[in-house]
Design a protein around this ligand. Structure first.
Ligand code: ATP
Ligand code: MG
Length: 248
């Protein structure tokens, strides 16, 4: 199988992963994070005083019961939403200090996000969905983008479905497309919200092995939400949440 990340990581500006300093440098740091959702009828404290550091090269699992704030946490880490209070630092710099352009670059190039509900675009084919993050790379030719998208789909075992539309896929296949889209740009960080939640155990293990491989051999930092303790035990660190707070 083609080494997709090795061929794409050179576009990132990060130093190589050699030496203890690089391996232990905080890549994401959340300090005193609170997230409150306000609707007409109810206020929900989704996260309450969360302090969490993710170091470069780590593979961290996030566990906890439904509604405890796991997806909220991941969307803050992915810079898709802002905390009500507290600070988020990326590579040691507060998010507020990045320009809008830099933030767009972080979201599109540095971080690969696997949404719990896939977020695929129904009007686009599987291949076009996976290619989307590469549209932010003007230096890549259309042909290179296509090749990388096919390689990413191959990694998740879906190269035979490139012309399908999301509505023509099973839930597990959609999930794999979402994973391919997160991988395609060769991100330094993958944030995955229950990436194997809709897969059978065999495919779930394959995806888990893929993520473990990306982490071990490519040094990709991974934060994964999971309900599966067996999967969590394979990762370097398990962080548990309950009712919006970290409990272990
Ligand atoms: N956009 C929103 N508006 C209002 N409340 C929200 C919103 N998103 C999440 N919540 C609430 O915040 C809390 C945390 O939700 P979140 O989706 O982070 O939980 P979760 O741990 O990911 O749960 P699950 O395991 O079911 O996916 C829940 O009580 C939820 O109802
Ligand atoms: Mg969730």
């Amino acid at each position: 199988m083609e080494n997709l990340l090795a061929s794409t990581i050179d576009t990132n500006s990060q130093p190589p992963l050699n030496g203890a300093t690089a391996a232990t440098a905080p890549v994401l740091q959340l300090t005193n994070i609170e997230k409150v959702y306000q609707t007409a009828t109810i206020e929900t404290v989704a996260l309450n005083r969360v302090n969490l550091t993710i170091n470069r090269g780590e593979f961290v699992s996030i566990m906890g019961p439904s509604g405890c704030g796991k997806s909220t946490l991941l969307s803050l880490m992915g810079l898709l939403d802002e905390p009500t209070s507290g600070t988020i630092e990326v590579d040691g710099r507060p998010v507020q200090s990045y320009s809008d352009k830099e933030l767009a670059g972080l979201r599109n190039l540095k971080i690969g996000f696997v949404f719990q509900s896939y977020h695929l675009i129904n009007d686009l084919s599987v291949l076009d969905n996976v290619e989307l993050p590469l549209l932010y790379r003007p230096k890549l030719s259309g042909r290179e983008r296509r090749q990388r998208a096919v390689a990413a789909l191959d990694k998740v075992g879906l190269s035979a479905r490139t012309g399908h539309f999301p509505s023509q896929l099973s839930g597990g296949q959609r999930q794999r497309v979402a994973i391919a889209r997160a991988l395609v740009g060769g991100p330094e960080i993958i944030l995955a919200d229950e990436p194997t939640g809709n897969l059978d155990s065999v495919m779930g293990e394959e995806i888990m092995d893929l993520l473990l491989g990306l982490n071990k051999t490519e040094g990709v930092t991974i934060v994964m939400v999971t309900h599966d303790i067996q999967q969590a035990m394979k990762t370097g660190r398990v962080v548990r949440f309950f009712d919006g707070s970290q409990v272990g």
